[in-house]
Design a protein around this ligand. Structure first.
Ligand SMILES: Nc1nc2c(c(=O)[nH]1)N[C@H]1C(S)=C(S)[C@@H](COP(=O)(O)OP(=O)(O)OC[C@H]3O[C@@H](n4cnc5c(=O)[nH]c(N)nc54)[C@H](O)[C@@H]3O)O[C@H]1N2
Ligand SMILES: Nc1nc2c(c(=O)[nH]1)N[C@H]1C(S)=C(S)[C@@H](COP(=O)(O)OP(=O)(O)OC[C@H]3O[C@@H](n4cnc5c(=O)[nH]c(N)nc54)[C@H](O)[C@@H]3O)O[C@H]1N2
Ligand SMILES: [Mo]
Length: 571
């Protein structure tokens, strides 16, 4: 998210979800929106039915491509070529918003210079998208007033993820598609409260409210407020931490993350975990990581506690307890307060509302938000308050950057294409990409305990193009071994034209076939986000057990067909 942090102030949608239906052009890139963000996908669908143009740039024929005017089925990891070529066209055809560039941005000349050589014709060779399509999309994007970009992990989970985000930001800035309703740059956030966790300072560089730890003044404010001394250096980010596990990191406190399922190249992490002296996990379930735990603090789940969740559109909403937590489980904040006090602190928070007040007290963006105010807002047409909300009389902010760009001037960043770290070769001839499905949620500790979801999708699977399967004697339903330089797993083969030829696709959800035994832990140089979306792999059949009956086209049956696949379309 660094591109957004530097360019737009924080990694959050610049628009609100309700604005999507009024957009006239939607550029959906690297986002399986209907499976991973179904509510947002519904708004997109509404826009398309109203007459908006949608373009989906995705190597996989995800369901959204059936709605789109154009599906740019690019080679994985080649987005910089696609996006720089779009910038090339916009500049060449004189479609830039010169007034916006002059008044609100810096460094445009560097981008103009850098994209000169990214012609659509050259881009076609790298991306496999025709020059004609690139010109068409660039033209439509630039000339439509209400044009929004929507992106997620197909953009960020690469060793050049930040570059991808910069390229998108360049398009937004050169067309001035910002600071207006339904026009902007929208990273759709992942976990239900990942936005809130970031807002609260669960990042290595920010204190609450995106106030930098390396800003002397900010630090002094918090040192006074909290009565502690704060180190001036940013902390380690996730991928860097994982590489230090068992080395410089000897003790860990893992809260709500199943690192042994979700981190890349996980067998290397397991080696490190063997050398950790003490591991605490704070968890509702005994997940994969629990195998290594010395202590488990049982925590309540969302329905068993009060608090707030902040969604992708920066809306802070109240969550209220519906049922009591079972056994000894307690709300996460209660566990943390007890732990702090056991360590000698004297924290006194009678309820979760007072925890929010503590957060809002020194963070100007949230200063006007409290549980009480959110409760009042619930009586209006919309529940919750959208930050920035600087004082108790402020009604919140629907979209960002109105009348300018938050950081003062939007910064253009010239980006050169760098290929993915590990591409197919003779030994590992296929490209493996990973992600999620509609029916399971990340580590699937909850969704695989739900019989309906398990009935829909019970076993690990890998999608393979029929041509690649044929070459290897693989039939639908075969148990296959998928291997990379880092590990191997067994899964059922699904022959599917949803994937490009030469590509495999697997979900990350299944602990018995962890996709992350296979993935590459190479990180983006700025964010260290791992290259979950591209690595070199091979596949071979290990067992033909007649499961064919259950598997032919089953992914389509579950998730709607790809274009031209026939069958019933999900709506
Ligand atoms: N049902 C369900 N919903 C979820 C989750 C879940 O586990 N299950 N998880 C949540 C979380 S934590 C997150 S972060 C979000 C993630 O939401 P998404 O990012 O939409 O989920 P992914 O499955 O990772 O899909 C990324 C898309 O990028 C495409 N892609 C892969 N490589 C490239 C590339 O090189 N270029 C381009 N342009 N596209 C590429 C993939 O084909 C895929 O369609 O979903 C959230 N929602
Ligand atoms: N190969 C591959 N790997 C990936 C990805 C990918 O696309 N491909 N995507 C990555 C992404 S975007 C993400 S976000 C991660 C997600 O990976 P994780 O964060 O590891 O997975 P989650 O299932 O979201 O949640 C982790 C744990 O939180 C627990 N939990 C649920 N509710 C609560 C609660 O209220 N309190 C506490 N304390 N715990 C709770 C769950 O039981 C679960 O064990 O995976 C990453 N890994
Ligand atoms: Mo995520």
């Amino acid at each position: 998210m660094a591109g957004l942090v530097t360019t737009f102030g924080a990694g959050a949608m610049t628009n609100s979800i309700g604005e999507i239906r009024d957009a006239d052009f939607l550029f959906v890139i690297g986002s399986n929106t209907s499976e991973a963000h179904p509510i947002i996908a519904m708004e997109m669908k509404r826009a398309v039915h109203r007459g908006a143009t949608m373009v989906v740039a995705d190597p996989r024929a995800v369901w959204m491509t059936t709605l789109a005017q154009k599906h740019l089925q690019l080679r994985p990891g080649t987005d910089v070529w696609l996006l720089n070529a779009m910038a090339h066209v916009i500049i060449e055809e004189g479609l830039v918003d010169e007034a916006f560039i002059r008044e609100h941005t810096e460094n445009f000349e560097a981008v103009r210079e850098a994209v000169r050589k990214y012609t659509p014709e050259e881009a076609e060779k790298v991306t496999d998208i025709s020059a004609e399509d690139i010109r068409w999309v660039a033209h439509r994007y630039a000339t439509t007033e209400r044009a929004g970009i929507y992106y997620t992990l197909g953009i960020t989970e690469h060793s050049h993820g930040t570059d991808n985000v910069y390229c998108l930001a360049n398009l937004v800035l050169m067309t001035g598609h910002l600071g207006k309703r339904s026009a902007g740059m929208n990273p759709l956030r992942g976990q239900n409260n990942v936005q809130g966790a970031n807002d609260a300072g669960a990042t290595p560089i920010f204190l609450p409210g995106y106030q930098r730890v390396d800003d002397e003044e900010v630090r002094r404010k918090y040192e006074e407020s909290w009565g502690v001394a704060l180190p001036p250096e940013p902390g380690m980010n996730l991928n860097v931490m994982m590489k230090a596990v068992g080395k410089s990191i000897r003790g860990m406190y893992v809260m709500g993350e199943d690192i042994l399922l979700s981190e890349p190249n996980v067998s290397k992490l397991e080696e490190g975990m063997n050398n950790v002296d003490f591991l605490v996990i704070q968890e509702p379930f005994l997940n994969e990581t629990a195998r290594y735990a010395d202590v488990v603090f049982p925590s309540a789940v969302f329905a068993e506690k009060d608090g707030t969740f902040t969604n992708s559109e920066r809306r802070v909403q109240l969550v209220r307890k519906a049922v009591e937590p079972p056994g000894e489980a307690r709300a996460d904040w209660e566990i943390l307060v007890s732990l702090a006090n056991a360590c000698g602190a004297s924290w006194d928070y009678p309820n979760s509302a007072s925890v929010y007040d503590e957060l809002a007290k020194d963070a100007p963006r949230f200063a006007g938000i409290s549980h009480e105010r959110i409760e009042e807002s619930a009586e209006g047409p919309k529940s919750g308050l959208q930050w920035p909300c600087p004082d108790p009389n402020h009604s919140g902010t629907e979209f960002l950057h109105e009348g300018g760009v938050l950081r003062g001037k939007g910064l253009f960043s010239a980006v050169e294409y760098r290929p993915s770290e590990e591409l197919p070769d003779q030994e590992y001839a296929l490209l493996l990409s990973t992600g999620r499905t509609l029916y399971h949620y990340n580590a699937a500790t909850q969704t695989r305990r739900e019989s309906g979801l398990v009935a829909k999708q019970s076993d690990p699977f890998v999608e393979i193009h029929p041509k690649d399967a044929g070459k290897r004697g693989i039939a639908s339903g075969d148990l296959v071994e998928v291997c990379t330089r880092r590990g191997k797993v067994h899964a059922r083969a699904i022959l599917s034209r949803q994937v490009r030829r030469g590509c495999l696709w697997m979900p990350l959800h299944f602990h018995e076939a962890r996709a992350n035994l296979l993935t590459n832990d190479a990180g983006d140089p700025i964010t260290q986000t791992a290259e979950y979306k591209v690595c070199a792999a091979e596949v071979r059949s290990v067992e033909k057990d007649g499961a064919e009956q259950r598997y032919p086209g089953s992914y389509y049956a579950m998730n709607g067909p790809g274009p031209g696949a026939g069958g019933e379309r999900r709506s």
